[in-house]
Design a protein around this ligand. Structure first.
Ligand SMILES: [Zn+2]
Length: 371
């Protein structure tokens, strides 16, 4: 891309030098500033709607994966009511006018998504409801409110009952909900075009590049389950322990899942030991998480054939941090066989652990494998 831009730039410079007076010859219509600004708002609205739809879809597909695997999430289990929230500070600066126009998004947290058949759905909560208080405590408000909310939820373990006061189009209503346990790793969509997904121990991120690449709900579920594998197995903490250089692993980037297109952050992480083993472990545990959430594991490995067709550099070699795509395809298929044998035998669907290891449930280890 850079090269071709440079080429275009050079050609323009050359023609300028050869003939300084040369200029476009056509009489073209041109919009006024006001017209262009109006169109700018329109396009922001179209783009925001698409981003919101993408995010809601990710939450819908990912919710069962987080809800059905709480056994493996240690202390990161929270009470969930089946709705997510946002306010104006959760959208980029270019979307603020659009968010106000389409969703009347302001300082108050409002309901972003309601998961089908969840306690929130059954209680009649709707997208756009403004949340005022929970069990008599006012809801966070203004800048940073979403993060504050997630902190409150993360620390709320005991009381599953919630009495929530909402405001729907000016009318206050009280909604009573009984929550269920969930792995508290909120699913985030980032605007990057790189085919990527990552986990940082607190959240799971999927890029829009990845969403464009993904072909089916099963593929999306596979990616989310893999990232849950990183968080649930405590990989961030272990990579920090393994970091010889003192570089800090902020997140596990599955950048292009084996391409050379790593960011600086990615290459720091890539230097750390055991990374490929962690990737294989996230693939392995992720397949169990997928099946436990009610998704089929049959044919899930095909994701890696499609990925290879998209990015052939992963076919013949491992990257510094990720297995090759043929390795991943073969291992995931073998995991599918292992899972199906357990289903047939009526055995519990749990990843096989090395002897003398167990899932530990302490806050520090975040359900990591103690080996
Ligand atoms: Zn990974």
């Amino acid at each position: 891309m850079k090269q071709s831009l440079f080429a275009v730039f050079s050609i323009i410079i050359c023609s300028f030098l050869l003939s300084a007076c040369a200029a476009p010859q056509t009489m073209r219509p041109h919009g006024t500033n006001a017209e262009i600004m109006a169109e700018q708002i329109k396009q922001s609205e179209v783009a925001l709607k698409r981003l919101v739809n993408d995010s809601r879809h990710v939450q819908k597909i990912g919710h069962p994966i987080l809800a059905k695997n709480t056994n493996f999430c240690g202390e990161d289990v929270a009470i969930d009511y089946g709705f997510s929230i946002w306010n104006i500070y959760d959208v980029g600066v270019n979307y603020k006018i659009a968010a106000d126009n389409i969703y009347s998004l302001g300082e108050n947290l409002q309901v972003f998504q309601v998961i089908p058949n969840s306690p929130a759905a059954k209680a009649g909560l709707k997208r756009g409801d403004k949340v005022k208080s929970v069990n008599g405590t006012p809801f966070p408000y203004g800048k940073g409110a979403s993060k504050k909310y997630h902190k409150i939820i993360r620390n709320k373990k005991e009381n599953k009952k919630a009495s929530i006061v909402i405001n729907r189009q000016g009318i206050e209503k009280t909604v009573n909900l009984t929550g269920k346990e969930i792995c508290h790793y909120p699913l985030m969509v980032t605007e990057s075009d790189v085919v990527n997904a990552y986990a940082d121990g607190d959240y799971i991120y999927i890029t829009r590049g990845m969403l464009r690449f993904i072909d089916t709900d099963q593929e999306l579920a596979l990616v989310i389950a893999h990232e849950l594998g990183h968080n649930a197995m405590g990989h961030i903490k272990k990579m920090k322990q393994n970091a010889v250089t003192g570089a800090i692993a902020g997140a596990i980037l599955d950048a292009a899942l084996g391409t050379s297109g790593f960011s600086n952050m990615g290459s720091d992480i890539g230097r750390m030991s055991h990374s490929i083993g962690f990737e294989q472990e996230a693939d392995y545990a992720g397949m169990y998480f997928l099946k436990r959430a009610g998704y089929s594991t049959n044919g899930a490995a095909n994701f890696w054939r499609r990925m290879a067709a998209n990015n052939s550099s992963s076919i013949n070699r491992r990257s510094s941090s990720h297995p090759s795509s043929p390795e991943r395809f073969v291992d995931i298929n073998k995991t599918h066989d292992e899972i199906m044998a357990k289903v047939k035998a009526g055995k519990a669907l749990e990843p096989e652990l090395k002897p003398k290891t167990e899932f530990v449930k302490t806050n520090k280890n975040r359900g990591a494998l103690n080996d």
